[in-house]
Design a protein around this ligand. Structure first.
Ligand code: MN3
Ligand code: MN3
Length: 327
């Protein structure tokens, strides 16, 4: 729910008194999933990178740069705006944790770039992102909803955008890394993509649940109204995705496959919001390599660091002492 009029006295968040059944679960799951980009070794990817054609490299660079932009915005604007607007103090904590992970996602793409690209290529990519009209337009539509939260309805629509972003719009970008990892190429970066997908999937479910809580409080008239607005947004965003997909994936002939994957994930986004599927694309229609890649079991195993999607949190923590702060 949208926060009430600010009262004079502030409340402290009380984790000993939680009024719903899912807050504890989501907090714990977010903590359990925590990971750091620097702990995934990427250098092995250099070998298969050299086997890709120039067109393939170009697609990979562009989709991951595009994802960097979306994660930057979700961490800097989307999650913070929603966290500020919700009333529940536990929800604010969970949303802020998720927002922090968006920055980890965005940063991890830079780790991939620094492994595979020259600094000139990286500079060019970031410039490309800043000037790519479809990416910018997509983000503008999403951000506009984040920036106009003022009551339950606008908060609901901002949450819809957040779910669309994380459960649907990211997937035009995820397709190619998943596809390549399925062919045994760039599997270390694929591991990072899997960790990101694992996060986005819990984010989509959580924000979807918060949205459904608000939806329940609407009158029948309002419910119909926001459902219509939601589908209108979906159609508008899909048109942009379609154009973007054609532009990016045409050179390597994967447009149709990506579009099916996008429709499949758009339906997943609607499901997170408790709504009926719109495209009705069943799993067997989607490229099986990519569907298998969505399964976030570990792909890449490093026996020395034991990191990756089978990520294990360090249990032996060495104590800090004063000398650790001598820089
Ligand atoms: Mn993210
Ligand atoms: Mn997310």
């Amino acid at each position: 729910m949208y926060k009430r009029e600010e009262s004079k006295n502030k409340q402290a968040v009380n984790w000993n008194k939680i009024n719903d059944s899912f807050t504890t679960l989501f907090w714990q799951q977010n903590i359990r999933q925590f990971w750091i980009d620097e702990e995934i070794p990427l250098s092995d990817d250099k070998l298969t990178w050299q086997t890709l054609s120039e067109e393939e490299k170009e697609v990979y660079k562009k989709v991951t740069a595009g994802l960097t932009l979306l994660d930057t915005e979700q961490g800097s604007v989307g999650m913070p705006e929603i966290a500020l607007a919700v009333e529940n103090l536990h929800s604010k904590a969970i949303l802020s944790f998720m927002g922090m992970m968006e920055h980890m996602h965005a940063k991890s793409y830079s780790s991939i770039f620094s492994t595979l690209c020259t600094s000139k290529e990286i500079d060019d990519l970031f410039e490309w992102v800043e000037n790519e009209p479809l990416l910018q337009k997509k983000l503008q539509i999403v951000t506009e909803k984040y920036k106009s939260i003022k009551d339950d309805k606008t908060l609901y629509l901002a949450m819809v955008m957040s779910v669309f972003l994380e459960s649907f719009l990211f997937y035009s970008g995820f397709f190619y890394p998943l596809y390549l990892a399925g062919e045994g190429k760039l599997t270390a970066s694929g591991e990072i993509i899997n960790l990101i997908i694992r996060d986005e999937s819990i984010h989509g479910v959580y924000v979807g649940l918060l949205a459904q809580e608000i939806f329940k409080t609407f009158s029948d008239f309002e419910k119909e109204n926001v459902k219509k607005l939601t589908i209108d947004c979906l159609k508008e965003l899909f048109e942009i995705e379609e154009e973007y997909t054609k532009q990016i994936y045409s050179p390597i002939g994967l447009v149709e496959e990506v579009l099916l994957f996008l429709k499949y994930n758009a339906d997943k986004a609607l499901m997170n919001l408790g709504m009926d599927a719109y495209f009705n694309i069943s799993e067997d229609k989607v490229n099986s390599i990519v569907i298998a890649g969505l399964d976030t079991k570990t792909k890449h195993h490093d026996f020395f660091s034991v990191k990756g999607n089978g990520y294990i949190k360090p249990l032996n923590i060495s104590k800090l002492d004063d000398s650790d702060f001598d820089f």
